[in-house]
Design a protein. Structure first.
Length: 278
């Protein structure tokens, strides 16, 4: 997702220097008008803003702090973490960055690769209002809607909540189709009726026919990432002393599915786990 987001920033007139472990990604960035750095540290030298779009918070922390990689940033620079990270870890990172004279905005996104390409991502921004205000031109270059969720960490909390609801909807839609199919209903008919009724959700609208019933499994979002995000929500509930049974069972199901299928498989392939499980 970082590649099309970087292209939108370049198109908006920002001077973009990027780093990726993939040489192909660096070539694409240069071809789009950006500059590819040889190291993470080099990418951040003299920057007023740095955006991270990485698989999890542990990798974000390592990218920023290992060997003082962020040491070349301008004083009072804004770090914008657009990854999906654990909110309490994000709070700790915010404090650590503040001790180095840096500011943090956690701004995870929803919309997947398709909306990253179109520049219409939904962004959930946590942090000080002044910091979000300063970062907003960059956020609006890659997203259609920017929601301010509260202090640092709240954006990542909202992202985990969103993916729990999304992941629960995928499971509900799949199980509904399998139930109807076992009774003799046509899967496509089931989806059509759900989409014209109160059972409609994101999975029935943009995933069931497009990726699941068609068996193309090409949504562009890995099952391991979905499992990770839902587990973040479940861990947050536990930390807050909440017993949320639907959340716990959804997290367990996605964890089991990614272990059975492999974390890199597209998340829509979870239907294979549900079928095999039965």
């Amino acid at each position: 997702m970082g590649q099309p987001m970087a292209q939108h920033l370049i198109s908006a007139g920002f001077d973009v220097v990027g780093f990726d472990l993939s040489e192909d990604a660096k070539i694409k960035l240069a071809d789009a008008g950006g500059r590819a750095a040889e190291t993470i540290s080099d990418a951040m030298v003299g920057a007023s803003f740095v955006i991270t779009m990485l698989p999890n918070g542990k990798i974000v922390r390592e990218a920023l702090l290992a060997e003082n990689a962020c040491g070349g940033l301008k004083q009072n620079a804004v770090v914008i973490d657009m990854s999906s990270s654990a909110p309490n870890d994000t709070r700790e990172l915010g404090l650590e960055l503040a001790s180095r004279g840096l500011r943090l905005v956690d701004a995870p996104v929803s919309g997947g690769v398709k909306r990253a390409v179109s520049g219409t991502l939904t962004i959930m921004a946590g942090g000080e209002d002044a910091d979000i205000e300063e970062a907003e031109p960059l956020l609006k270059a890659v997203g259609q809607q920017v929601f301010r969720t509260g202090p640092v960490g709240s954006g990542h909390a909202m992202k985990a909540i969103n993916n729990f609801v999304s992941g629960a909807g995928v499971l509900a839609a799949i199980e509904g189709v399998l139930l109807g199919r076992a009774f003799g209903l046509e899967p496509a008919t089931i989806v059509d009726i759900l989409n014209s009724s109160s059972g409609k959700n994101n999975a029935t609208e943009v995933k069931m026919k497009q990726f699941i019933l068609s068996e193309t499994f090409g949504s562009g979002f890995a099952i391991g990432l979905m499992a990770k995000d839902i587990r973040i929500a479940a861990d947050l509930a536990k930390t807050l002393g909440l017993r949320l049974d639907a959340l716990a069972s959804t997290a367990d199901a996605w964890d089991a599915a990614q272990k059975a299928l492999g974390p890199s498989e597209d998340h829509t392939r979870i239907i294979r786990y549900v079928e095999d499980h039965n």
